[in-house]
Every structure is written in C-alpha cells, then in structure tokens.
Design a protein around this ligand. Structure first.
Ligand SMILES: [Zn+2]
Length: 273
C-alpha cells in the first residue's frame, strides 16, 4: 500500500511539475497558459505523445522532432523534482503527525491541501527566481491568502488566546519582522543587497514560519546563501559581481523550518542551558 501510494504521489507530482514548466515560461513570456505546447524554436505543435512528462523528453533524446534543436533540460528536471518534493512533503507531513492515515477526515484533508498548495507555490517561485531572477507577485498573493486562512483556522481551533503563541498574532509578527528586516536592507543598500521580490516573499514566509522562528529563518537563509556562494566562487569560477537569486535560499530555509520546528527549538534550548 505504502509503495503503491508513494508511486502514485510521485507521478501526480510529475504532472504538477509539467504544469509548473508551462506556468513559468509562458507567463514570463507574456503568453496564455491555455493551448497546446509548441517548440520554442520552430513552433512545432506538440502531440499528446510528446507531452508525457519525462518519458517524451527521453524518447526524443531532448531534441525537437521537427527542427532537431536541443530542448531545455529544465523540463524533465522540474518534472522529476516536483515528483520527489511531493513524496518528501507527504512523508514529512506524516512524520510530523500533521496528518495521520488512519484518522482521515475532511479536516485533515484540508490541512493536507494547504501544505501541498504552499509547498507547490514555493517550488514554482524557486524555479522562477532561479531562471529569471524574478518573484511574481501573484504567486506570493495566492500563497499569502491561503496561509492567512490556515492561520485563522488554527487560531480558532486552539481557542483564541491573546498571546505570542496565538497562530495569527505569531504569523503577523513574523511577516512584519522579516519583511521589515529585508525592507531595511533594501532601503539602505538601494536594492543592492536584497531584491524587492525578496522583501515581499519575506512577508509571506514570515507569516508561514511565525514569530518564534524568524531568527532561525534569517540565520538559515544567510548561512545557506553563504555556503552556496563560496562553492560557486571556488569551484565554478563564478565572479564576485555575478548575481545569485536569494529567493531559493529563503524557500529552502522556510521548508526546513515548516517541518522541523520542534527539533530546531529543542536543539536551541539545549544549547542555551
Ligand atoms: Zn522545433
């Protein structure tokens, strides 16, 4: 059952990965997301058998059927990784007992939808920022609305107590602190140290991780960014001046915190004692 379920989830994720590719490239190019896919070079309209994720790409050896030009490896990679992320996310949700397979109800179903929605949007932003160095506002907005609804639900579910543990208050403070911090960096550096998109997504991610985790969120993002920057400078002869998008580090940092909050706080408290 488990293996079958995870295989199904993996394929389901691959299909969503295929949609992510369409969403990113077409919206960025100002095209409609409806209609059939075409070759970027010659305009060849893809058949249904050209549209099977990963398999079609491998079958045509990554080249267009008509003009034989090389197609981007982004397509199969994003599809494959989306499949993996879906599997990993479900596994983490179960491990954290956010959702238990034997207590399935409408409520747990909604919670599950929420987590998959925000993780999927974050992943689309991850690829988008990596490729085009842009974080689209509409995705942040959809994610932010979803997260606020979820936090309101959590707040009323936990009996609305007015303190910092209140999910809604914690979320709001988290968003204000992180976007405030990034906004300050943006202002003093005139956009050199951090992008405007990072300030905006910082608000959403702050709302997700909450007030208690803001410190760890910023710490993880910068440590991760520094490690990757050093690797790029040392091994890939990347120039100091070349820009690296910051969004992906923020997203990885948030992902780690979402599913490891208790462990992080426990380690931190042990360090303080
Ligand atoms: Zn072509």
């Amino acid at each position: 059952m488990n293996f079958l379920f995870y295989s199904f989830l993996f394929i389901f994720g691959i299909c969503w990965g295929s949609f992510a590719n369409v969403l990113i490239d077409r919206i960025q190019a100002g095209k409609s997301i409806q209609g059939r896919s075409k070759c970027d070079y010659c305009g060849y309209v893809l058949n249904w058998f050209d549209n099977i994720p990963i398999i079609s790409f491998l079958a045509i050896k990554g080249r267009c059927r008509k003009c034989n030009k090389k197609l981007s490896w982004q397509y199969p990679w994003v599809e494959f990784l989306t499949g993996l992320i879906f599997v990993l996310t479900f596994w983490l949700i179960q491990k954290n007992q956010i959702f238990q397979a034997n207590s399935f109800s409408f409520e747990t179903f909604l919670v599950l939808i929420y987590y998959f929605l925000i993780i999927y949007i974050l992943w689309v932003i991850f690829v988008w920022d990596l490729k085009y160095m842009i974080i689209p506002d509409f995705l942040i907005l959809i994610g932010l609305i979803g997260t606020f609804i979820f936090k309101i639900y959590l707040t009323f579910n936990s009996g609305f107590i007015l303190n910092l543990e209140n999910p809604l208050i914690s979320a709001l403070l988290g968003g204000i602190i992180i976007s405030g911090f990034f906004g300050f960096l943006f202002y003093v550096s005139r956009g050199k140290w951090i992008g405007g998109g990072d300030v905006k997504i910082g608000f959403w991610l702050g709302v997700i991780v909450g007030f208690q985790m803001t410190y760890f969120f910023i710490l993880f993002s910068y440590v991760l960014g520094a490690i990757v920057a050093i690797i790029l400078l040392l091994f890939f002869k990347q120039k100091m001046k070349s820009q690296i998008p910051f969004g992906p580090f923020l997203i990885i940092s948030a992902y780690v915190i979402i599913f490891n909050k208790e462990i992080i706080l426990k380690i931190w408290n042990n360090l303080l004692v």
